[in-house]
Structure formats: structure tokens, C-alpha cells
Design a protein around this ligand. Structure first.
Ligand code: PLP
Length: 397
């Protein structure tokens, strides 16, 4: 491989760029995970992570990808053959459904058009019709990374309550945790699923389940086979700062540093930073004469923006042009959106100049690849950024 000067722009919607401070924190000797130094760090991290989920309940941390935490949420709370209601928000909701079926659960999908988040009213109607309470869990993806649409979790909670339905509520926040406002306790979520590689600014390799009392109680009746993903031993050992199997020691050092950084900036400021960058990105897309995939402005994601290609396809050729010329990776369209969209990640460790550089790369790429568009996207984004410059925004907060 030939050396390419300058920093690679990793602007996919996760994994995100890992800040130097996190890299430095991980660049340490791996210590005895049954010793006192590890114990002190693990206790700090297991407590600190609760603030990010906005919960006072335990958060289980696995060495594993987000997919593992999806599985953990299901096997700890359900029994073979249980019916699970899911909402087709996009590619990741579809993958979670496939995983549930492979585990031996029955699933029902409320159809979606991949341009909206989950529909709280439709979920509520389906639950009202389930007088026998056959549905045991409702599964929703908060930020659908394949589309850039956000599902209204609080409204879905209200719809479940209004239907008087006892189903558990399981939510995937893999691309929203620490990027978009999320409140595990306040929104009455039973299991929140998350991963390390997006808003938490870590490399891939850790995944999380935040629990409710109801989810913890559900273990007793849940008959799905489980061992590695079982919460019981984690919950027994974690309060002491230990884990039932070898934890990902160095990733936990990184998490310790990332939690410190999120605390220093303040979670609400992190959310506001991403919303501002999302608004500037949408202004650029509009100025280019292109269309944002997410069709409901109230559901636009702060974490990423998916952009439709003007002629319906050719997104992969555009991404290739941008990678080869400007050393920037953009997110691909997934499954039925393949080649039709490209996705701009603006989550994680990201500032105004990262955004201007990203959008500059896209605008130059559109021109080079011969994609029909108007110029002026970067200017439009800069106008949004200048209207509320970061130092002023910080003072106002
Ligand atoms: N859910 C969402 C919303 C995601 O964005 C992803 C990955 O990008 C996953 C689930 C799967 O997580 P992982 O690839 O870490 O297993």
C-alpha cells in the first residue's frame, strides 16, 4: 500500500474516529482482571456508564459487537416460541428480526418504508388488538443507521402503556447512545442495547445491555438457552468490580477515558453539537439540490444523514471517487438501499472543521464523479455553523 499523507476521514456512521485521548488510555499494559487496580477501574466504569444511558439500574458490559447485545437482550428475557413485535425501520431492524428468528422466537414485523422511524400509533394499535397478550416484547431501533431516521421511543412507551399491554420494551441505541438524547429510565425501556464504536468514541468490541427491574425479573421465567450472554453471573459479580469471564481490559480503559470526556463536555452539549452538525449537513444537501432520505423532519437523525442519489443509483461509484481522491470513507447504502444512497456520519469526536472537510470532500466528489448537483453546499453549511458558533453555543448552554 502506498503512503497517503494526512489523516484518513472516517465519516461512516460508525465505527467513528477514536480520539487520541482514548487511544492513549488504551495503550497500557493489560493487567490482572482479578486484581485491585482493575477492580477500581471497573467499578468506576460500571457506575459511570449508567449516566450515559440515564439509568440508575445496572448496565451489563460484554466483550462483543452490538449483534451480541441484541442476542443478550432476547435470550435473557424470552422463551422459545414467544412472539416478538418488531418495526421495519430499515436494515438493522431487519437484521434484529432475523436474529430473533434464528434463536427460535416468532416475530411479527410492522412494515415500514425505510424513510421513517417506527410508528408509535401502529405499535399501539397492534398491542390493543392482542387481548391475549401473546406478544411478549416490542423491539425498536432508536436511530436506524441505514436510513438516518429516529424512532420516537417516548411515544412508543406511551402507546404500550395506553394499550395496557405488559410486553417488554427493548430498544437498540447502537448508533444513538451518547449522540442523540436517550433516557432509559424516564422512557420506561426494559433493555437498551448499545455498542462501543459510535457515540462512545471507542473501537468496536464492547457491547451493552442497560436493564430495568422488569427485565431483571423476567430472567426467572425466560427459557431461552443462554450461557455467555446470561446476565445473572454478571449482575452477581459486577458490583464488586469483577466479571464472570475475561473482560476486554484495554477497551475498558478506553471507556473510562471516554466517559470522562463525555462528562467534561456534558451529554446535553454533545447532543446539541450533533444536532447542529446534522442541520448544517442537511443545508448542504438541500443546496446541492439532493434529497435527504429521512422523509420526516421531526425524525432527522443527529448522528448521520443519508442522501439519495439524484438518478436513483451510482452512490457506490461516488463513494469510490471520494475514497480514491480524498481519502474519505462514507457509509454505503445497505440491502435494498444499496447504491441508491450514501451516508454521512457526523457522530462521535467531531467538530465544525471535521464537518466542513467532510462536506468539502462530498462536494468535490459530486463534481468529479459527474453527479448532477448545484455547488454551494459547503457555503450553506458554513452559514448554519456561523449563525451559532461553538464558543457562543457553549456559553449559552
Ligand atoms: N444496530 C444498529 C442500529 C447498528 O448501526 C449496528 C451496526 O452498525 C448494529 C445494530 C449491529 O452492530 P454490530 O455490527 O456492532 O454487531
Amino acid at each position: 500500500m502506498t503512503y497517503r499523507a494526512g489523516r484518513h476521514f472516517l465519516q461512516i456512521p460508525g465505527p467513528t474516529n477514536v480520539p487520541d485521548r482514548v487511544l492513549r488510555a488504551m495503550d497500557m499494559p493489560t493487567i490482572d482482571h482479578r486484581g485491585p487496580d482493575f477492580q477500581a477501574m471497573a467499578k468506576r466504569v460500571l457506575t459511570g456508564i449508567r449516566r450515559v444511558f440515564k439509568t440508575t439500574n445496572p448496565v451489563v458490559i460484554y466483550p462483543g459487537s452490538g449483534t451480541g447485545a441484541w442476542e443478550a437482550a432476547l435470550v435473557n428475557t424470552l422463551s422459545p416460541g414467544d412472539l416478538v413485535l418488531m418495526y421495519e425501520s430499515g436494515h438493522f431492524a431487519s437484521l434484529w428480526k432475523k436474529l430473533a428468528e434464528r434463536l427460535g422466537l416468532r416475530t411479527e414485523f410492522i412494515a415500514g418504508d425505510w424513510r421513517h422511524g417506527a410508528d408509535a400509533a401502529a405499535i399501539g394499535e397492534r398491542l390493543k388488538a392482542d387481548a391475549a397478550h401473546e406478544i411478549k416484547a416490542v423491539c425498536v431501533v432508536h436511530n436506524e443507521t441505514s436510513t438516518g431516521c429516529v424512532s420516537p421511543i417516548s411515544d412508543i412507551r406511551k402507546a404500550i402503556d395506553a394499550a395496557g399491554h405488559p410486553a417488554l420494551f427493548l430498544v437498540d441505541t447502537i448508533s444513538s447512545l451518547a449522540s442523540i438524547d436517550y433516557r432509559h429510565d424516564e422512557w420506561g425501556v426494559d433493555v437498551t442495547v448499545a455498542g462501543s464504536q459510535k457515540g462512545l468514541m471507542l473501537p468496536p468490541g464492547l457491547s451493552f445491555n442497560a436493564l430495568s427491574d422488569k427485565a431483571i425479573a423476567a430472567q426467572a421465567g425466560a427459557k431461552m438457552p443462554r450461557s455467555y450472554w446470561a446476565w445473572d453471573e454478571m449482575l452477581a459479580m459486577n458490583p464488586n468490580g469483577f466479571f464472570p469471564s475475561t473482560p476486554a481490559t484495554n477497551l475498558l480503559y478506553g471507556l473510562d477515558a471516554a466517559l470522562e470526556m463525555l462528562d467534561e463536555e456534558g451529554l446535553e452539549n454533545v447532543f446539541a453539537r450533533h444536532q447542529r452538525h446534522a442541520a448544517a449537513t442537511r443545508a448542504a444537501v438541500e443546496a446541492w439540490g439532493l434529497e435527504v432520505l429521512c422523509a420526516d423532519p421531526a425524525q432527522h437523525s443527529g448522528a448521520l444523514t443519508a442522501v439519495l442519489m439524484p438518478d436513483g443509483k451510482g452512490a457506490d461509484a461516488l463513494r469510490k471517487t471520494i475514497l480514491e481522491n480524498f481519502d474519505m470513507s462514507l457509509g454505503a447504502g445497505l440491502s435494498k438501499l444499496a447504491d441508491r444512497i450514501f451516508r454521512i456520519g457526523h457522530l462521535g469526536d467531531y467538530n465544525d472543521l471535521t464537518l466542513v472537510g467532510t462536506l468539502g470532500g462530498v462536494e468535490m466528489g459530486l463534481k468529479l464523479a459527474g453527479v448532477k448537483h448545484r455547488s454551494g453546499g459547503v457555503d450553506a453549511a458554513m452559514a448554519i455553523l456561523a449563525a451559532a458558533a461553538p464558543a457562543e453555543a457553549r456559553q449559552a448552554a
